[in-house]
Structures are given as structure tokens and as C-alpha cells.
Design a protein around this ligand. Structure first.
Ligand code: FAD
Length: 387
């Protein structure tokens, strides 16, 4: 490839979307990733991600997820299903006032977003929820929101689809190659990797949990935390089949750590069990290369004791499998998209905060538009980097 116009660092959820969206606009793109996406080292693995339209983290995210849905649908025409619309239950204790992703009143906020944007939804009584979805045992005082058009995305398939589309549109993708540093040079940026040196007019830093290490001041508001996914065997699999069991988020206490979420059995992969996780925001990690990727039965015991017992029916006490994953979060669950302060040649994007996947296709498009059109300020709904 002759000199690229834009180098995208990181080809996970956001970077794969960015590389494709730039390449389809005729931009000469070089994409670089230190591993071979999709892989299990970052934030985009584990087979499933929840997608929903009424976004309790903030109504500004609703247009973003709607645009992502259009992009997923476009990709599905060529790639087959990238997800499954099996509905979503969002349950909140104390009338929905409980916290999720740092948002107090998350469930009540979800209802408000659905009303504001005309998203089809139902508010169920706890008894109605127990009858329609018998795996779930909400308390009578819980607020139960049901969104029939929500469901799950298959993140690894989404990444592959976007990387394939990027290649077809002319992008050069180099995987198994690690960026070591970037420098501003006259008229652009120089990227040094463990395999070579590249120059371009611009670069996009989409390195997920590794981005704060490359831009510590600009991303000072982010923190990286270890998350653990558990796959459990249901005693009565029929209760957890997609159709009888939606995806779900359950916020049952006063802090962000008092919540869990999960998925039905994935059709065709029933033997894997059901995936369930809580969220950990304490103990941020300094270096994602040194996160503890081991896990123990004691952590699955704690998931049962802290979250599942009394709320979900008949799940095996022992995990069939566990996986660690990384959140890169801002306190307000917002997404940072901005030029790196001090240089126009590098654009930073940090889309995670535990709810970024469903938005990532549209986030990549916004990054591409910002770079392609030479915009200097974050698009509406995104947060600036710290100066
Ligand atoms: C456990 C878990 C559950 C989640 N659940 C949901 C959910 O249900 N719904 C939802 O919408 N969102 C969810 N999210 C959030 C969502 O998955 C993330 O926001 C999204 O996947 C982040 O994508 P990313 O591109 O920023 O990071 P990644 O996909 O991790 O990509 C970063 C890439 O950068 C590469 N890289 C890093 N350093 C370098 C370097 N020096 N040189 C070259 N390449 C480099 C990495 O190899 C990696 O491929 C969840 C996240 C986690 C961890």
C-alpha cells in the first residue's frame, strides 16, 4: 500500500467499524491490531452482547443505537444473522430507582427514554413477569420493563463482518502487530510498531482498554476494570430458551455493583449453558497487560450469593466456563470522541463503559465522519477528551 491517509490502531468493536466506515468513503486506511480480532484479550468477546433501544444510561444514546441497528441490518444482508431479537427485561428494585452504569434511576430512565422516542415497551407487574418469564422472580415492589424489540448481538461475528467489509473496500489490515508509540510529524503522524514504521496524515486510537495508557491525560476520566463472565447450566433448560427467556439486566441495590445481567441459551450453542455476569467497578487496574485472567469457583459462589439466589430459578452452582473481559468506563457512562489535545492528527475514541457494543457500529461511523470531514469537535452526544 502506498502511504495510508489514516491509520486505525485497534481493530476491535470500534476500530473495525471505523476502518470499514473510512474505507467505504474512499479513504486509504491502514488498520493495525496487536492480536488477531476477534480475540479474547480485550472487551469484545464472550459470544453475546445485549442490545436495547431505550437507553437508561442517557437519551442521547438512542439515535446512536438506532443507527447501529441500521448498520447491523446492512451487514446481515451479506453475512447472515449477527444477533437475535429475543426481547429484554430490565428490572429495578425500589420502583426502578436503583443504579446501573453509574446512572441512578436506570430503569425509570429506560421507561422515560422509551416514551420519549416511541420505543415499543411494556411495564409488567412482578406477577405478570413471573408468569410470562418463569425463570425470573422479581419482588412485587420491583419495576419491570420489557422491550420486545431488544435482544442480543454476536460481537465476534460483528467484528469479522466489519473487518471483511473493510478489506473489500480497500483497507489494509495488519494483525499480530503492536503499536509501540506515536509521534506528531510535520503534516501528520508517525506510528512505530514492533514490525515497522508508518506515516499518515491522521491516526485513530481505538485501542480499547489500552488507549488510556497511550493518552493518560486525555483519557484521565476513564478507568479500566476486570469483569468476569460465568456460563451456568440451567436445571430446566426450557425456562432459558430464547423466546421464553429474554436478555435481562437486574439492578437490585443502591450501587452500580448491585446489578447483574444475562442471556438466554444461544440457539445452536445450548450446551454452553447460559451466560451471566455482574459488574465490578472497584479496584481499577493500571495495566491491562497484567490483569488477572484466572478465576475461581469462589467468584461463581459470590455471583450466586450476591445476585442470583432468590431471583433466578435453578442455575447450576458450578460454572461450565468463565472468561475475563475488560471495561473501560467513564463515571457518567459516556463515550469520549475527540481530537487528542495538542494535535489535530490523532483522534481518540473510547467507547465502552460497559454498554458500548450495541453502539459501536454507529460510533465507528461518527469517527469516520469526524476524520473524513475534518471536524475538530466531538459530535453531539459524545464527551470531549480532558485537556
Ligand atoms: C464483560 C463485558 C460485557 C459487556 N456487555 C455489553 C453489553 O451487553 N452490551 C453492550 O452494548 N456493550 C457491552 N459491553 C461493552 C462493549 O463490549 C465494549 O464497549 C466494546 O466491545 C469495546 O470495544 P473497543 O473497540 O473499544 O475495544 P476492543 O474490542 O477491546 O478493541 C481494542 C483493540 O485494540 C487492540 N490494541 C490494544 N493495544 C494495541 C496496540 N498497542 N497496538 C495495536 N492494537 C492494540 C486490541 O488488541 C483490541 O483488539 C461489555 C463489555 C464487557 C467487557
Amino acid at each position: 500500500m502506498t502511504r495510508p491517509e489514516v491509520i486505525v490502531i485497534g481493530l476491535g468493536a470500534v476500530g473495525s467499524a471505523t476502518a470499514w466506515q473510512l474505507a467505504r468513503r474512499g479513504v486509504k486506511v491502514l488498520g493495525i491490531d496487536r492480536w488477531h480480532p476477534p480475540h479474547a484479550m480485550g472487551s469484545t468477546h464472550g459470544e453475546t452482547r445485549i442490545t436495547r433501544t431505550a437507553i437508561g444510561e442517557g437519551e442521547q444514546f438512542v439515535p446512536l443505537v438506532r443507527r447501529s441497528d441500521e448498520i447491523w441490518a446492512e451487514l446481515e444482508e451479506r453475512n447472515g444473522p449477527l444477533g437475535l431479537r429475543c426481547g429484554a427485561l430490565i428490572i429495578g428494585a425500589e420502583g426502578g430507582s436503583t443504579v446501573m452504569h453509574g446512572r441512578p434511576g436506570f430503569v425509570a430512565g429506560t421507561v422515560a427514554a422509551a416514551q420519549a422516542f416511541g420505543v415499543p415497551y411494556e411495564v409488567l407487574t412482578a406477577a405478570e413477569c413471573r408468569r410470562r418469564f418463569p425463570a425470573f422472580h422479581p419482588a412485587d415492589s420491583d419495576l419491570v420493563y420489557y422491550e420486545p424489540g431488544a435482544g442480543m448481538l454476536f460481537p465476534e461475528r460483528c467484528v469479522v463482518a466489519q473487518l471483511d467489509a473493510a478489506r473489500e473496500a480497500g483497507a489494509m489490515l495488519r494483525t499480530g502487530e503492536q503499536m509501540l508509540r506515536y509521534e506528531n510529524i510535520s503534516g501528520g503522524v508517525r506510528i512505530t510498531t514492533d514490525k515497522g514504521v508508518y506515516e499518515a496524515a491522521e491516526a485513530v486510537l481505538a485501542a480499547g482498554a489500552w488507549s488510556p495508557g497511550f493518552a493518560p491525560t486525555a483519557l484521565a476520566r476513564t478507568s479500566v476494570t476486570r469483569q468476569l463472565l460465568h456460563w451456568l447450566q440451567p436445571q430446566h433448560p426450557a425456562l432459558f430458551e430464547a423466546g421464553r427467556c429474554p436478555v435481562y439486566i437486574w439492578a437490585h441495590g443502591p450501587t452500580s455493583d448491585d446489578s447483574f445481567y444475562g442471556f438466554p441459551l444461544v440457539p445452536g450453542a445450548e450446551a454452553n449453558g447460559v451466560k451471566i455476569a455482574d459488574e465490578q467497578f472497584l479496584n481499577p487496574i493500571d495495566d491491562p497487560d497484567h490483569v488477572n485472567r484466572d478465576s475461581s469457583d469462589a467468584e461463581t459462589d459470590a455471583l450466586h450469593a450476591d445476585h442470583l439466589d432468590g431471583r433466578l430459578s435453578g442455575l447450576g452452582r458450578t460454572a461450565l466456563r468463565r472468561a475475563t473481559c475488560l471495561y473501560t468506563s467513564t463515571a457518567d457512562a459516556g463515550f469520549i470522541l475527540d481530537r487528542l489535545p495538542g494535535t489535530d492528527a490523532i483522534t481518540l475514541v473510547s467507547a465502552c463503559s460497559g454498554h458500548g457494543f450495541k453502539h459501536s457500529a454507529a460510533v465507528g461511523e461518527q469517527v469516520a465522519l469526524m476524520v473524513h470531514e475534518g471536524r475538530r469537535t466531538p459530535p453531539e452526544g459524545f464527551s470531549p477528551a480532558a485537556a
